[in-house]
Design a protein around this ligand. Sequence first.
Ligand code: ARG
Length: 585
Amino acid sequence: MSNKRPLVETSLTDPIALVSARLGPWLSQRAGGGDIDAVVRPSDHADAQINGALPLAKQLGCNPRDLATEIVDSGQLADLCSETEVAGPGFINVTFSNSVINSLLTEVANDEHLGLRQASNARTVVVDYSAPNVAKEMHVGHLRSTVIGDALVRMYTAAGHRVIRENHIGDWGRPFGMLIEHLLDLGEEVAASGLGQGDLDSFYKAANAKFSESEEFQERSRQRVVLLQGGDEETHVLWNRLVAMSTEYFNTVYEQLGVLLVDDDLMGESKYQPLMPETLARLEASGLMSESEGAKVVFPPGFTNRDGDPLPLIVQARTGGFNYATSDLACVIDRVERLHADLMLYVIGAPQQQHLEMVFAVANMAGWMPDGVSAIHVAFGNVLGDDKKMLRSRSGESVKLVDLLSEAVERAASAVEEKNPSLSDSERADVAQMIGIGAVKYADLSTDRVRDYVFDWDRMLAFDGNTSPYLQYAHARIRSIFRRAADDQVSAGAIAVHEAAERALGLRLLSYPAAVADALESNSPHRLCTYLFELAQLFTAFYEHCPVMKSEGDIRASRLALCDLTARTLSAGLDLLGIDAPEQM
Ligand code: ARG
């Protein structure tokens, strides 16, 4: 039903979409019914290329070139295109007429959403992202999840969907017995001075070390887990402190990163505890559950271990405890039945692929994911160091995110100092924050998320190439043109493209909604990055060939309008990625 509709509503200001919409009914009539896609794509040889004649000719058993000619002769494209040419085996190369480009650009310039339309069938999208673990350092994997997830949240929201953020922190399970006992041993103040300050790893390691050394501590820890799971009040107070200290620290990272996550989005594993017994009961009732070596398990078909034996999803350990899989199953029930999710995105590293596939398979078998509901693992690769191995700090520990982010800002500050010494201290601090954090985020978002990428300070902070500083600089440069224009008391006016560089820039501005759609449909923010990078490059070419402030009258007014629309598009696009665009830098 509803989810056949595109995630991003077809743009009314993109000439490619207009040609497609125009030809659809004609082609369908020609085919004697059915939905026929005209397959209109951007092209290097013309403004766009219509490829739909080829498959349709095959279907109808006629000559594709003849059919292409018939399409051209139908007159359907006459008011949109100034040139149409049948080429090759039956493609149609089209050139949009300048008057169409001008009026579409004017429409977009007057639209606060820049041509991006709100979904007419808004879906409820639950985005599971960030999800660090209590009393453990957030690692770069959590950085990736946080940055990618946040960009997706912004994009779905901009497309008009109802988005629910969920931060599925690891705040439950066996280690909490030992963590609480360690908290008691240390005393709260001492614990707070470590944990609260973000020294999570030493706390965890110390607890772990004690656990392996002392039987007495092991015993206490075990009893503590029982108390925790049994709902003992004092234990819950202690557990709450532990969680609060960690989430406070996570919040400092989120603030530094400028992501949308807030305390209300916390939906840790513990939140699903009350639903666990029911989850198990439902599995039992549907006859899916079996026993394997004393544990309660489900065997989803198609999953095997190394020996080729069926692989179980363990939902209750032999000891009676629930685990990560059980909480993820309860989580599916909660998202579908309480939140009415249509789409569930899990922004989690690639190594958890099998876990999620098994959870989704079991949820499907149990009938918890009705038609029209889908779950997608938005997987991502690793962050690597110079040595192409997992990124580690010099001492070999996992890198602390706060340190990484402050280093980004420091490095950006010296770059800005060099580029623009005239900024005041506070201006420089603001700009450095936007550039440093933007650089880290963009480096992460601009490569295809499933691939690994090398964390390279020099590359991500470079002012040229596909980087955030390059895009931010293009934006700031345009804003500076307007500061001059204001001094000269000239302003933007009606858009009229003439030069090739103006047309190329104008056309790319019109494809902003298509770029967002493209990124959303595959949950791939890097596609939006590529669009913005190409837009900035087209702007640079335009700015070289078409003087703005040195031209006059209507031409200057039109070029200023193109400048303004470019700056707004860059800023809006960066905003969807969670990156600020400074006015000057
Ligand atoms: N806390 C987990 C980790 O650090 C990630 C949880 C992701 N979300 C989920 N629903 N499993 O690996």
